[in-house]
Design a protein around this ligand. Structure first.
Ligand code: SF4
Ligand code: SF4
Length: 203
């Protein structure tokens, strides 16, 4: 089903009314976001279609349409301390459904970068850690090496030191190795140097 054939959206279930402390409002926030991320947030008319299609909105503290509204209102503090930006799976469903083509996944990425640059706090620490390990793996091999990614993640998140979790993960890893769904050693791509250069440029 695409955005054209999808049924008309219902208004999303309202979450608790977001109270915004007037003393924390950043009046230049909307302009800054649009200029630096390139996302035309001001085009949103709050139809809610994005949130109705989001597969992980149940785990978010704010729906995607509310994230956009917070940008309109300059409620930067709400966003840089929110779970939603880390829970977003970048699946692009909201962008496909939005009648104004507002790139919410890009907005979420921009907000994550803002947090990583030192504003607010990471509300989903393990998700942020997973992102870091993923990028580290891509930088090292030009592609992700799943075995190394999981090792790094389990060690750094502490899951490797919890006996029950460690045994369950070891069993799963072994099963995946047997079924050849996991490679025991990393495989570097030909363009590894170019990928490294891209990381350097992005930095
Ligand atoms: S971002 Fe798009 S889909 Fe979501 S509420 Fe705004 S206009 Fe509607
Ligand atoms: S990109 Fe993020 S916000 Fe948009 S639908 Fe997917 S998970 Fe939800």
């Amino acid at each position: 089903m695409n955005a054209e054939t999808a049924p008309a959206p219902e208004t999303p279930e309202p979450t608790a009314a977001p109270a915004i402390d007037p003393m924390t409002i950043d009046f230049g926030f909307l302009r800054k976001i649009e200029a630096e991320s390139g996302v035309k947030v001001s085009a949103c008319f709050q139809c809610g279609k994005c949130s109705n299609g989001c597969p992980v909105s149940f785990a978010m503290d704010w729906h995607p349409y509310q994230v956009v509204r917070f940008v309109h209102l300059g409620a930067r503090d709400k966003l840089v301390n929110s779970k939603t930006i880390w829970v977003c799976a970048s699946c692009q469903t909201c962008l496909t459904r939005c009648p104004n083509e507002i790139d919410i996944p890009r907005l979420m990425d921009f907000l994550k970068e803002t947090v990583c640059a030192g504003e607010g706090s990471v509300a989903e620490k393990n998700t942020a850690l997973f992102h870091q390990q993923f990028l580290k793996s891509v930088k090292a091999h030009g592609r992700v090496f799943e075995g190394g990614l999981m090792q790094g993640y389990l060690l750094r998140s502490g899951a490797a030191f919890k006996p029950k979790e460690a045994i369950a993960n070891a069993k799963l890893g072994l099963k995946m190795l047997q079924k050849r769904r996991l490679k025991p050693f990393p495989h570097n791509i030909k363009g590894k140097k170019e990928v490294k250069a891209l990381f350097k440029k992005a930095k």
